[in-house]
Design a protein around this ligand. Structure first.
Ligand code: DCP
Ligand code: MG
Length: 368
């Protein structure tokens, strides 16, 4: 007997608009209509912008920009201290809205998730309608806006959600996917950072259509394993399932330096930057870890890692930086030159959802 064709999926990607900044404008009417940056420090005294309101983005202010630069671009910008507890609460609330329609939810961060609504709890059937209901509930219950993308796979849904921000609702149906992918600039492709995009352009590959002309083995030869993903995705094929229980195993950041670092002073200021990034990522993903790992690559390409574990999970900037400093000074010897430094956290503690009191006796801190 012939096997039935797999059912076409209905995928929604939801992403809150200017998330932290919108929450601050909602709770502080005096910030509404104003250029604000969450994070960073006034007068450009260090720190980076976590996110900027749309008013500030008109001036070119962006996430991860040093606050000094933000102030140059937009002299009237207001720096606002982040309130992560509030963002976490909002995040839990939007998740509870998603659960009204499906339990197949894969959160990517506090403000972003994939939903598989191939089967929905109310038999609504239309993913576009469901996305509209979710946006309306977020507006009514939280006075915030989200943008949604709707398609038959994760890749296209995610790109779609970004196309009409803010407050967008974008549907890309099966008949439009191939032409959509052919016109898509390569830098929009998942896994294509600036370096790969430049490499592609140097080869004359500017759009999905250009990639589509290459056979699969040539794509893998040129780009490695991800080449196979490119081959499928330009044909509109992305079978990755929405994974509700995907666990983050480790989270970190690293930096390869344009020149080798030779003094502890230089290394220290790099560790500070990396710790800041790691700290922000932990907050964004609502994670705390018990183990901090320092990775060092020396100028001769030797790679070492050193780690330190704590009895309770940590996420605070000072602990991350102090631990990384101690791990470094415990191994550093005069004359060593360092090409790369990285810090990561693992052994995560997943906070229990607020309404999880019915799952009894979950060990909060793991057993050891
Ligand atoms: N964030 C951060 N550091 C970054 C990027 C983001 O701290 N480098 C935080 C602040 C954002 C939140 O994560 O508000 C969500 O990230 P998004 O990339 O979704 O950005 P926004 O929601 O702020 O804006 P957009 O409307 O473009 O989604
Ligand atoms: Mg967002």
């Amino acid at each position: 007997m012939e096997e039935a064709a797999p059912k076409r999926r209905k995928i929604i990607h939801i992403d809150m608009d200017a998330f932290y900044a919108s929450v601050e404008q909602r709770d502080h009417p005096e910030y509404r209509g104003k250029a604000i940056a969450v994070g960073g420090r006034p007068e450009g005294r260090g720190g980076v912008v976590a996110t900027a309101s749309y008013e500030a983005r008109k001036y070119g202010v962006r996430s991860a920009m040093p606050s000094k630069r933000a102030l140059q671009l937009c002299p009237n910008i207001i720096f606002v201290r982040p309130r992560f507890d509030v963002y976490r609460e909002v995040s839990q609330h939007i998740r509870s809205i998603f659960h009204r329609y499906t339990d197949l939810i894969e959160p990517l961060s506090l403000d972003e998730a994939y939903l598989d609504v191939t089967e929905d709890k109310h038999n609504i059937g239309s993913a576009l309608d469901i996305a509209g209901f979710i946006k309306a509930a977020i507006q009514d219950e939280l006075q915030l806006t989200a943008s949604a993308g709707v398609s038959i796979n994760k890749f296209v849904a995610k790109i779609a959600s970004d196309m009409n921000k803010p407050n967008g609702l974008t549907f890309i149906g099966p008949s439009r996917i191939e032409s959509f992918m052919e016109n898509l600039p390569v830098e929009k492709f998942y896994g294509v950072g600036k370096v790969t995009a430049d490499k592609m352009k140097a080869m004359g590959l500017h759009t999905g259509g250009d990639l589509k002309r290459l056979p699969e083995d040539e794509l893998t030869r040129r780009f490695g394993k991800i080449g196979r993903f490119f081959y499928k995705i330009v044909r509109g094929i992305d079978d990755r399932p929405v994974q509700p229980h995907r666990q983050t195993k480790s989270l970190g950041a690293e930096d390869t330096f344009p020149y080798d670092l030779e003094t502890l002073d230089e290394m220290d200021s790099e560790l500070e930057k990396i710790s800041r990034t790691v700290h922000n990522r932990l907050l964004k993903h609502n994670l705390k870890g018990r183990t901090i790992t320092l990775k060092i690559r020396y100028s001769d390409f030797r790679l070492i890692t050193r780690n330190q574990s704590y009895p309770t999970p940590v996420d605070d900037f000072d602990t991350i930086l102090d631990t990384a400093r101690q791990l470094l000074s415990a191994t550093f010897e005069d004359g060593q030159k360092i090409r790369l430094l990285g810090i990561s956290l693992s052994n995560f503690y997943e906070p229990m959802p607020k309404n999880a009191s019915d799952s009894p006796q979950l060990p909060l801190f793991g057993e050891f």
